[in-house]
Design a protein around this ligand. Structure first.
Ligand SMILES: Cc1cc2nc3c(=O)[nH]c(=O)nc-3n(C[C@H](O)[C@H](O)[C@H](O)COP(=O)(O)O)c2cc1C
Length: 382
């Protein structure tokens, strides 16, 4: 056993939070909310409590801002009082362990299915039939995995209403005791569907030049900041991200612009998914954290890098100064005590892809803590 890390365990101030370490739990959809109603229940409470650590930051799983924006079955929501009450128990438990928690706010846009949106047709920036016709793209529905439903383009008059849904969800997240909110603007969900020109074909003020395609994202950020103040708001982007049918003709120019515009808000952090991962799979093994390294030169605040990190590479990116913190996804879901394991150089549990999006405790709250399972010498594989 060797102690790998050093920089990852230097304290850091992020917005108003005094973090004791930089091993962040990244947002992970796990489909375990209570049905009907998409309510965080006792199982989710146990899962997040297990993963809370003193001075550590958890970003919640993507959380639907509205019924119509909630295209993923059993994802929790942030629009009803019951959901707020469920989340409040979770944030209380995280705070009890002196941890911090941000809520990741989610509108799935075209990546949805009518069986999960109460029959509402999914919406997007534009209509792209090739998306719902692609047999490789599947959504979780109450009836199993299905191709997305056909979507429609948002009328320009509807856009302020969606921004308002984000604002309401931000208010609910406050009532639920979170420390802040993170807008999910990566992985091909609604804000990303406006950003990237492989999808956005609008000809109005929300389409065409980069400034127009960024407008929706920036309006949502303004709404979130109006509720929380800039230093408790964050955003997650996926520069060069191709997951969920995304593409852009000039991703560097697009995300350079976005990162620069985000400087106006004084955000808690910018969360960057590296292009070496596509959704939950590494597609460019061994590639450096080029997304964080590039935007570091443009964004003036704290950066969380994510995607394909292991303890050694996480230490490296922080050491080099290309990121301030690192979020772990798959390793955190499989290791409830990940910060401790990283700090002490302990072996890691392997994750089980078959239980990522199932509905019970198996593969969710039954991953062992190191003490419970110290003979396991498995390491994660991609
Ligand atoms: C089961 C699972 C669920 C995920 N859900 C979300 C999510 O809700 N929001 C999000 O931004 N990213 C989500 N992701 C992406 C992860 O946050 C992360 O970017 C990705 O797993 C790559 O990081 P890793 O190599 O540390 O796992 C998910 C990934 C997995 C494996």
């Amino acid at each position: 056993m060797k102690t790998l890390t050093n920089k990852l365990f230097r304290p850091i101030q992020v917005g108003p939070m005094e973090l004791k370490h930089r091993v962040v739990m990244g947002p992970l959809t796990r489909s375990r909310s209570v049905q009907p109603g998409n309510i965080p229940g006792d199982l989710m409470l146990e899962y997040y409590s297990q993963r809370a650590s003193e001075g550590g930051l958890i970003v919640s799983e993507a959380t639907s801002i509205s019924v119509t924006g909630g295209g993923w079955f059993a994802a929790p929501g942030m629009y009803s009082d019951e959901q707020v009450a469920g989340w409040k128990k979770i944030t209380d438990a995280v705070h009890q362990k002196r941890g911090y928690m941000f809520s990741q706010l989610w509108h799935t846009g075209r990546a949805g299915h009518v069986d999960s949106t109460n029959g509402a047709t999914p919406v997007s920036s534009s209509v792209n039939p090739e998306y719902w016709q692609d047999p490789t793209i599947l959504e979780s529905t109450p009836h199993g995995w299905r191709q997305p439903s056909p979507h429609r383009a948002l009328d320009i008059t509807e856009i302020p209403g969606i921004v308002e849904d984000y604002r309401n969800a931000a208010e609910h997240a406050k009532a639920a005791g979170f420390d802040g909110v993170e807008l999910h603007a990566g992985n091909g969900y609604l804000p990303d569907q406006f950003l990237q020109d492989g999808v956005n074909r609008r000809t109005d003020m929300y389409g065409g030049p980069i400034e127009n395609r960024s407008r929706f994202l920036l309006q949502v950020m303004e709404a979130l900041v109006s509720v929380w103040g800039g230093n408790r708001v964050a955003v997650r982007i996926a520069p060069g991200g191709r997951w969920n049918g995304m593409s852009d003709s000039d991703p560097d120019a697009l995300f350079d612009y976005v990162a620069n515009e985000l400087n106006q808000f004084g955000l808690a952090y910018l969360h960057i998914i590296e292009p070496r991962v596509r959704g939950n799979v590494v597609v460019a093994e061994g590639q450096y954290a080029i997304g964080a390294a590039r935007l570091r030169k443009i964004f003036k605040g704290t950066i969380i890098a994510a995607g394909g990190f292991e303890p050694g590479t996480a230490e490296e990116v922080v050491e080099k100064g290309d990121a301030d913190l690192v979020a772990f996804g798959r390793l955190f879901l499989a290791n409830p005590d990940l910060p401790k394991r990283v700090r002490l150089g302990l072996p890691l549990n392997a994750y089980d892809r078959n239980t990522f999006y199932t509905f019970d405790a198996h593969g969710y709250t039954d991953y062992p803590f190191y003490e419970q399972h110290s003979e396991s010498i498995t390491t994660a594989v991609h």
